[in-house]
Design a protein around this ligand. Structure first.
Ligand SMILES: [Fe+2]
Length: 541
């Protein structure tokens, strides 16, 4: 069965060939799909049933084998494993159980500013990264009631929709905010499920988990995207939680929006495509770029529910990343992952592959990859060949590992990386990369990266017309022409107001995307600074 044959008319080719390429000089007839082509939701997530709210259900697995899990997790669409936590020690733990076992922990109280009469001086508080943390073993929001028996309001902004969360949850960042000894105490009770019982995944899950506490009913987080470059798991230990999820919509520079807490509501883009209940013991797994909103059901026994959020190491949702790279690259939360984390899939971890708009350069990249990785020169790359290449010092595979301890299991690591990398390119499920598949994904990567670099230059010069014209000039590389939005995000509007030619940043060195972390946050400060200087200049005159 062809896995990713999206079976759609490909009429844009005719236009494409005739179109005048200014920046890119690609012969599109050499490609299976134009480089900015993306599947629709229905094409990528076929056959999903809709519930009474018109929302699709995720794939639900029960006691999956490793192979089953691998198959679905690589595709990347959201999955529920209904019995993930069946045999875990933490299953059934209430918030009170956590508070009594680990009173030393400090947690973040989401939406604490919405609590009437809240005064920080009344509580045992730590400030971490400029945010308040509250002690599990002593926090009483009203100075009388334990935090796990007390419902606090979520953001006022969420009152318009009964499905949005009404009460604020807590999150305890076990991984970053405990001493090594305390961390060990919390981690020693954590167990990996049967289908991820290998040292790499066990280590990654154990080190990445954080705990969410949801007192009362309708407690949860407003829709947002996480900034992780990997799939995320939310494991319900106690209580039931309703989820709504939304695939990142088609994106251009002008469509950028705040993907942080509730930003998608404000941008009026919230159109969830998945809606479902995750009951206790179940786990929800979703890929980077999938917006999500949570709200707990009223607990029958009134006890505060808990959940773990964690990440595993392999497999990654590589087929999803490959299919939706054009829009993911524009995300304000995960856009940075393209250059920082995912490029190694497209470039097969070769050194010195620089994004280029020129077909000649891309062909050189293709030739170089085939000459180094395709050992028997049959124009097909296998997992075995990729493993051999990744084990060599010349390759970048082992150069920038997210966790240096992974090297203790080098052979397993190389095998998993090789499998994910081959699956990234592989479009017909034979776990081999044909020359055509390599060419298609390599061109996509070059176009996505160059588009980001060129667009960033225009945005950095406050050139709205230039940016719009640039995006429209890429229409021949898309499935259908771009519809430019009439309004842009406030931060972008502020940049354009500076006047064409004003530079936001003196240099774009080190900025690879319009992610919040590397662009929007520093840009906000830079724009304020520019405005201040302009005002000062005016006063002097
Ligand atoms: Fe999240």
């Amino acid at each position: 069965m062809a896995r990713r044959c999206y079976c759609c008319a490909f009429s844009v080719f005719a236009v494409a060939v005739a179109a005048e390429a200014t920046l890119f000089d690609l012969d599109l007839s050499s490609l299976t799909k134009p480089p900015l082509w993306e599947p629709s939701f229905e094409e990528y997530f076929p056959g999903r049933e809709k519930n009474e709210m018109g929302l699709t259900s995720p794939v639900v697995l029960s006691k999956p084998t490793r192979e089953e899990f691998l198959f679905h997790a690589r595709r990347g669409y959201p999955i529920v494993v209904a019995d993930w936590a069946e045999d875990m020690k933490y299953t059934g733990w209430s918030c009170q159980d956590f508070a009594e076992a680990f009173p030393f922990g400090y947690m973040k109280a989401e939406y604490i500013d919405a609590l009437p009469g809240f005064k920080r001086k009344h509580h045992d508080i730590k400030v971490i990264d400029g945010e308040l943390r509250f002690k599990l073993g002593s926090f009483k929001p009203d100075r009388k009631t334990w935090w796990y028996n007390f419902s606090r309001p979520a953001s006022e902004r969420y009152k318009d929709d009964p499905l949005k969360p009404k009460q604020g949850p807590y999150v305890w960042h076990v991984k970053d905010e405990l001493s090594p000894k305390e961390k060990l105490q919390v981690q020693e009770r954590f167990e990996a499920p049967e289908f991820l019982q290998d040292p790499l995944n066990k280590a990654k899950m154990n080190r990445s988990f954080e705990v969410w506490f949801s007192p009362g009913a309708h407690s949860g987080a407003g829709a947002h995207n996480d900034g992780y470059c990997e799939s995320v798991v939310s494991l319900q230990l106690r209580g039931d939680k309703r989820w709504r999820k939304m695939m990142l919509p088609k994106m251009s520079f002008l469509d950028s929006f705040d993907e942080f807490d509730g930003g998608v509501y404000e941008a009026k883009k919230w159109e969830p495509d998945l809606g479902f209940l995750n009951s206790a013991k179940g786990a929800v797994i979703w890929p980077p770029g999938y917006l999500h909103e949570t709200s707990t059901l009223p607990p029958p026994d009134g006890k505060c529910g808990s959940a773990l959020t964690l990440q595993y190491a392999f497999p990654q949702p590589v087929q999803f990343l490959r299919a939706f790279l054009p829009r993911l690259s524009m995300s304000a939360e995960v856009g940075h992952c393209v250059a920082m984390t995912w490029s190694g899939y497209a470039t097969m971890q070769l050194r010195g592959i620089i994004p280029s708009p020129k077909e000649k350069k891309m062909k050189e990249q293709l030739k170089k990859i085939l000459s180094l990785v395709d050992l028997n020169q049959d124009e097909e790359i296998t997992v075995e060949e990729t493993k051999t290449w990744f084990a060599k010092g010349e390759s970048l595979a082992l150069q920038s590992l997210p966790d240096p301890e992974f090297l203790q299991h080098k052979d397993l690591l190389i095998m998993y990386m090789a499998e994910d990398t081959v699956a990234y390119h592989d479009m017909n499920d034979d776990m081999k990369i044909s020359k055509q598949e390599l060419w298609d994904s390599l061109v996509q990567w070059n176009v996505v990266r160059v588009r980001m670099q060129e667009g960033l230059k225009l945005l950095n010069r406050a050139d709205r017309q230039g940016l719009e014209a640039f995006e429209q000039s890429l229409d021949y590389l898309r499935r259908e022409p771009l519809k430019l939005p009439s309004t842009v995000r406030p931060e972008m509007q502020d940049i354009f107001k500076l006047g064409k030619g004003t530079k936001v940043f003196k240099s774009l060195k080190g900025i690879t995307s319009i992610s919040d972390s590397e662009f929007w946050s520093p840009a906000r400060d830079a724009v304020e600074d520019l405005k201040r200087r302009k005002r000062a200049q005016r006063k002097e005159l």
